[in-house]
Design a protein around this ligand. Structure first.
Ligand code: GDP
Length: 332
């Protein structure tokens, strides 16, 4: 496995048994594949590196579940050194004891090579399960893992669990949480969003990575699934309309070969015409979408009355946009 030239970029490793859903997840989240088409995907049998076309410059490495860490064929140092998070996918509709054994071996290897990696377990394909069964499965997996790690002398390891399915928004939400933990700028982004929300009397604001529909930050009020879903659906609507009738977004298909070019904050990203879009909903709320740069969009939900002060909103969004530009410049 060769290291990418230039600055190390956070890498997401996607691992799990065969047929657990790894290729489906990366196709649905990063390549806009409709979930039903994943039935025809080939299973992952080797390490695949996929270019991800999003603001984060993330690499998703689809990583088969059958790797033996002790046979010496893999350079684990290189594999784990730039990795930000390991996402371990478990098929909740299948027998998972074998998958858990693999997970525990992987955690053990990570502790040896790079304990800074975040460990994220996706309890996946939960669309077929009742709510009770979902929770029981999660409890069982957490319990077995905690016990096993304690036996291995690794009780201090922190693991995050997510219930996911490609048939609803849960997979996008789980990715949001995984990615947010890897953003050094997150605290600043949240503060900026909090400022915007209180200045403009906005109910909820999300900063979305448009192409993956992962939100990279939101203000600190709690996220309810409904507002998240409506914002994410709104992106789809706007994107579809833009694709058909909109202006030319330029090179929206980033050339995967151009890996060393940072996609955040290069000057041309910020000079695009400001696209915005508004939709009034039946319940008296307003959805407001504003393109921030080539990859990011701000989406706000607010009451109709708050939206009447449109000038105030435009001004504050502009200030927000400039602040964001500075944040990314600093971190570059
Ligand atoms: P991989 O070998 O880990 O890459 O697994 P695949 O991505 O090839 O997925 C194996 C099968 O699981 C495919 O038939 C997918 O359609 C199916 N699958 C993936 N994700 C989900 C999910 O969230 N729910 C359900 N019901 N099936 C899924």
């Amino acid at each position: 496995i060769s290291r990418v030239r230039g600055a190390p970029r956070p890498r997401l490793l996607l691992q799990g048994q065969r047929r657990s859903g790894k290729s489906s997840i990366s196709s649905v989240v990063f390549h806009k594949m409709p979930p039903t088409e994943t039935l025809f995907l080939e299973s992952t049998t080797r390490i695949q590196k996929e270019p991800v076309n999003s603001f984060m410059d993330f690499q998703v490495w689809d990583f088969p579940g059958q790797i033996d860490y002790n046979d010496g064929t893999f350079d684990l140092e290189a594999l784990f050194s730039d990795t930000g998070a390991l996402i371990y996918v478990i098929d909740a509709q299948d027998e998972y004891l074998e998958a858990l054994t693999r997970l525990h071996q992987t955690i053990e290897a990570i502790q040896r090579h790079n304990p800074a990696i975040n460990i994220e377990v996706f309890i996946h394909k939960v669309d077929g399960l009742s709510d009770d069964f979902k929770l029981d499965t999660q409890r069982d997996i957490v319990q077995r893992t905690t016990d096993e790690l304690a036996d291995m002398g690794l009780d201090g390891v922190h693991i995050n669990y997510h219930l996911t399915s490609i048939y609803d928004h849960s997979i996008f939400e789980a990715f949001s949480k995984v990615i947010q933990k890897l953003l050094p700028e997150l605290g600043t982004l949240e503060n900026l969003l909090n400022g915007l929300v209180s200045n403009c009397r906005i109910e909820k604001a999300f900063l979305f990575d448009v192409l993956s529909k992962i939100y990279v930050a939101t203000d600190s009020s709690p996220v309810d699934v409904q507002s998240y879903e409506i914002c994410s659906d709104y992106i789809d609507v706007v994107l579809d309309m833009t694709e058909i009738y909109g202006y030319d977004r330029g090179d929206s298909e980033v050339n995967p070969v151009e890996e060393t070019k940072s996609s955040v904050g290069s000057s041309e990203d910020w000079s695009l015409p400001d696209q915005s879009s508004v939709m009034k909903l039946q319940n008296g709320m307003v959805l407001f979408l504003r393109e921030i740069n080539k990859f990011l969009a701000l989406i706000c939900i607010m009451r109709k009355e708050s939206f009447e002060k449109r000038g105030l909103i435009d001004y504050n969004v502009q200030v927000f946009q400039q602040a964001l530009e500075k944040v990314f410049e600093l971190h570059r």
